[in-house]
Design a protein around this ligand. Structure first.
Ligand SMILES: O=C(O)c1cc(=O)[nH]c(=O)n1[C@@H]1O[C@H](COP(=O)(O)O)[C@@H](O)[C@H]1O
Length: 230
């Protein structure tokens, strides 16, 4: 069983999510994101618990400290393993988020820079004057300094981030595409084995598995490719 792959339940209905769980019993770690959570609420969290699955609740919080703390407290009550907050919420919000999950098993992950963005957008649309890898590193360090447990980053930046943030920091990498699969809206991608070699602790792999004509075969092929790394 490959416990390094987190598969997102990026579907709009509970039935659709359950169909994926039934189809891929090998998957031990699932991500619940905005589409499913906004559409169906917390029911999916109970279902995942009943099936003994690990849960990444990907709400990408980005708000003032007081609001973030309350949201984190509420999420931590569901006993989720990971919860996301944007690093750009700032130091005080990151600290408030930590206060919110204190005493629970929930670990916070700070999103450094969405994997759908590229260097041109960072410079020209977001007007960030730093080079992209330097900006991602800065965001990861801000999170690490405040005591956040890990970061969400592109596999393209993970080796540099890991060198600086150290081994105790968890690195969750979306933007993973097996050779030949459609890149879609992702911009900074690597293959599963490249991402693992670069230092990712976990890989988030969605459409290459969930949108495949045969999701089980797609999962098995990815697992096989990753075995070559260890
Ligand atoms: O926080 C995330 O999980 C996330 C951060 C990021 O920078 N990029 C990113 O793609 N994600 C999530 O990772 C998943 C990637 O899905 P696929 O592109 O289908 O593999 C989606 O559920 C995204 O919401």
């Amino acid at each position: 069983m490959n416990d390094k792959i987190i598969v997102p339940l990026d579907v709009p209905t509970l039935d659709g999510a359950i169909a994926l769980l039934d189809r891929l019993p090998q998957v031990s770690f699932w991500k619940v994101g905005l589409e499913l959570f906004i559409s169906t609420g917390t029911d999916i969290l109970k279902i995942l618990k009943e099936r003994d699955k690990r849960i990444f609740l990907d709400l990408k919080l980005h708000d003032i400290p007081n609001t973030v703390a309350g949201a984190c407290r509420a999420a931590a009550k569901h006993d989720v393993d990971f919860l996301t907050i944007h690093a750009t919420a700032g130091r005080a919000a990151l600290q408030a988020a930590l206060d919110g999950v204190r005493g629970s098993k929930t670990q916070l992950l700070a999103v450094t820079l969405l994997t759908s963005l590229d260097a041109r957008e960072l410079a020209f649309d977001l007007k960030v004057p730093l080079e992209l890898p330097e900006y991602a590193l800065h965001m990861a360090l801000l999170a690490e300094e405040t005591g956040i447990h890990g970061a969400v980053c592109s596999p393209r930046e993970v080796s540099q981030l890991q060198r600086v943030c150290g081994d105790d920091f968890t690195f969750v990498c979306p933007g993973v595409r097996p050779t030949g699969s459609a890149i879609g809206d992702q911009r900074r991608v690597m293959t599963p084995s490249q991402a693992l070699k670069a230092g990712a602790t976990y890989l988030v792999i969605g459409r290459p598995i969930t949108a495949a004509s045969d999701p089980i075969a797609a999962w098995e092929q990815i697992c096989q490719e990753m075995e070559s790394v260890s």
